[in-house]
Each structure stands twice: as C-alpha cells, then as structure tokens.
Design a protein around this ligand. Structure first.
Ligand code: T46
Length: 136
C-alpha cells in the first residue's frame, strides 16, 4: 500500500534561463486533478489547516518560500517542511493537517482530487478521531 502521506518528486528541466517543473495529472498525481488553489499573502504567524477530509486527496507544494505541515492519521503524527517547488506532499483522505511557520512571501499551491465541498471536512478533531476508529 502506498503511504497515506508521502513526498512526490516532480521533474525539473534546468538550463541557464532557470528551472522548469511540470505536473501532468494522473502521471505525477495519484488522482485526477479537479481543482487547484493557492495560499499567498499569508502572515508569518498564521495557522492554517486544522482539519481532515472525508474523501479528498491532495498534493501540497511550496512554490515559493517555505512552511511547515503537521500530519496526523489519528494515531501517528509527522512533520514536513516544504520548501522545494519540485517536491510536493501527497496527503490522502482521513489525515488531520496543520500548517504554520510560513516564510515571508510563501506561496502554497495545492492540487486536489475534487471540487471544494464544505461537507467533506472534519473540522473537529474528536469527530475526526471517531471517523478513523470506525474505519479500522
Ligand atoms: C487544506 C489546506 C492545505 C473555498 O471556497 N474553496 C476552496 O477551494 C478552498 C480550499 C477554500 N474555500 C473557502 C472555505 C473557507 O471559507 O475558503 C475559506 C478558507 O478555507 P480554509 O479555512 O479551509 O483554508 P485552509 O488554508 O485552512 O485549508 C485549505 C484547504 O481548505 C484544505 O483542504 O488541506 O488548505
């Protein structure tokens, strides 16, 4: 089984004009991309996330700058520092995530498997934990 949270490496084409990285849906993401969104103008002391998804899968990138992502599957936590625009963090469904320590001017881009749907969120940690237990 592929890990529910894992780093995904993208290709990079480098020449004297700079670096070019590309993403092809289904090839570089384990899902069909249905939505792209990005976070920017994030205050350095902001805390984002603080939720899990019932069904959504995503890949999170730091296109510029850096930030921290804490992930939690209900029993184990892990911390990732994203700072490389050619390396994304794949996050499966039923993973609680929190994001903070945004650098000045950081840009976070997220590829998502579904359109936005507020019904897909667990925004309460104990509800999330109960859902994880039910799935075991
Ligand atoms: C996630 C992290 C990495 C929309 O209307 N459409 C959208 O596509 C999104 C993502 C959000 N919204 C609305 C929902 C809220 O009223 O924008 C507002 C802020 O969203 P939220 O507080 O969920 O933002 P973050 O940065 O805490 O979380 C977002 C994603 O929601 C979430 O799926 O994994 O980025």
């Amino acid at each position: 089984d592929p890990a529910v949270v894992r780093l995904v490496d993208l290709p990079v084409i480098s020449d004297p004009r700079g670096d070019l990285t590309f993403i092809e849906g289904d090839r570089h993401t384990p899902f069909h991309i249905r939505r792209v969104y990005y976070l920017y103008n994030v205050p350095v002391d902001a805390e984002r996330g603080g939720h899990a998804h019932k069904d959504l899968e995503q890949v999170i990138f730091a296109l510029s700058g850096s930030f921290r992502v804490k992930v939690d599957d209900g029993s184990t936590t892990a911390t990732y520092w994203l700072r490389n625009p050619r390396q994304g963090l794949y996050v499966n469904r039923l993973i609680w995530r929190e994001m903070d320590c945004f650098s000045q001017g950081a840009v976070c881009m997220v590829l998502a498997s579904k359109p936005y749907d507020e019904q897909d969120y667990y925004r309460d940690y104990s509800t999330f934990q109960n859902a994880v237990r039910e799935k075991l």
